[in-house]
Design a protein around this ligand. Structure first.
Ligand SMILES: [Zn+2]
Length: 322
């Protein structure tokens, strides 16, 4: 009989669930389409409960036992009372997930999706040999996660570690959170697309126009990287701008947390020579402190699409230790 933990990655497109063992291995997984934007929060809760029962039954049949369920939620949660406070991608506000699942008689843990991804990477992914880790997921916005001394740092009610909403340019670009100049307004994948379009409008001879077949609406996260590799001057300028803002944020988090490693996740983070190496150099040149101050490693997150379910299962593993 093995102890298993259910990790659930609740996303705007799909709800992914997995049975995970203490070694971080996925024993079983399944997915449901997210229907809450059309169907309302009741549909989301019902779908989640059905998925949980399916996983619990699977474990039973194999002679194993489920010890807890962890959730990674794309929004604001209250981990003390088990509520999803607000998740615009799910169309959910003020829903108590823990109460709804109480008849399963299992401990229920909730956290923000970037927090659980960071925990998963620290335990079983790109930072498994370390205990002090910061994760930045570069997408439409920037999700932040912080693990200190092998423990997830979440702040009161799990509402901290919003690294994307730290201001790096006072009175800068507007951000979805209502402030201006947030890190995510300058270093998310969306910001990279903005720099790409701005530079294309400035230089109509750039190779990036050919790459986009003459239509600026075709700009994506690869446009600047692919053209920079071919030597396009404008594309290299775009990347230099992006690297500058991303690295300045990374340096802030080096100085606040001095982790052993900062992980970068999201589709655009897979550019080794044209992103990771440049950020490393920018940061090494500006590392705070005397020459013996350790340089923070910068790596690409490795669990990819499984980071959410594995990390969420880690919440339940940690709860089981208490
Ligand atoms: Zn913001």
């Amino acid at each position: 009989m093995e102890k298993l933990y259910i990790g659930v990655d609740v996303g705007g497109m799909s709800i992914k669930a997995a049975l995970v063992n203490k070694q971080g291995e996925i024993i079983y997984k399944s997915t449901k389409k997210t229907n809450s934007l059309e169907g309302g929060p009741g549909v989301l809760l019902k779908d989640i409960k059905e998925l949980m029962i399916e996983h619990i039954e699977y474990a039973k049949k194999s002679g194993d036992v489920v010890k807890g369920i962890g959730f990674g939620i794309p929004g604001v949660v209250n981990n003390e009372n088990g509520t999803i406070d607000y998740a615009c991608n799910l169309g959910v506000e003020n829903v108590n997930l823990r109460d709804y699942l109480s008849e399963l008689n299992l401990p229920i843990y909730l956290s923000n999706d970037a927090n659980v991804a960071c925990l998963g990477e620290e335990r079983f992914g790109a930072a498994k040999e370390y205990d002090n880790v910061v994760l930045l997921t570069l997408g439409t916005g920037i999700g932040g996660g912080v693990v200190i001394d092998d423990k997830l740092f979440e702040g009161v009610e799990g509402k901290g570690a919003e690294l994307g909403h730290t201001v790096i340019v006072v009175d800068g670009e507007p951000c979805a959170c209502g402030r201006r100049g947030c890190f995510e307004a300058y270093a998310s994948a969306s910001a990279l697309l903005r720099y790409t379009r701005q530079e294309m409008k400035r230089n109509h001879d750039s190779m990036m126009w050919d790459y986009c077949k003459g239509d600026i609406d075709n700009v994506d996260g690869l446009t600047s990287f692919e053209c920079a590799k071919k030597g396009d001057v404008s594309a290299n300028l775009v990347i230099d701008t992006y690297v500058k803002y991303l690295s300045e944020g990374v340096l802030n988090f080096c100085n606040i947390f001095r982790p052993q490693v900062i992980l970068l996740g999201g589709g655009i983070s897979n550019q080794d020579k044209y992103l990771i190496e440049k950020v490393k150099k920018y940061c090494a040149d500006r590392n705070y402190g005397y020459k013996n101050t350790p340089v923070v490693e910068i790596r690409v997150a490795s669990l990819k699409n499984d980071a959410g379910v594995i990390g969420a299962a880690c919440l339940a593993m940690d709860g089981d230790k208490k």
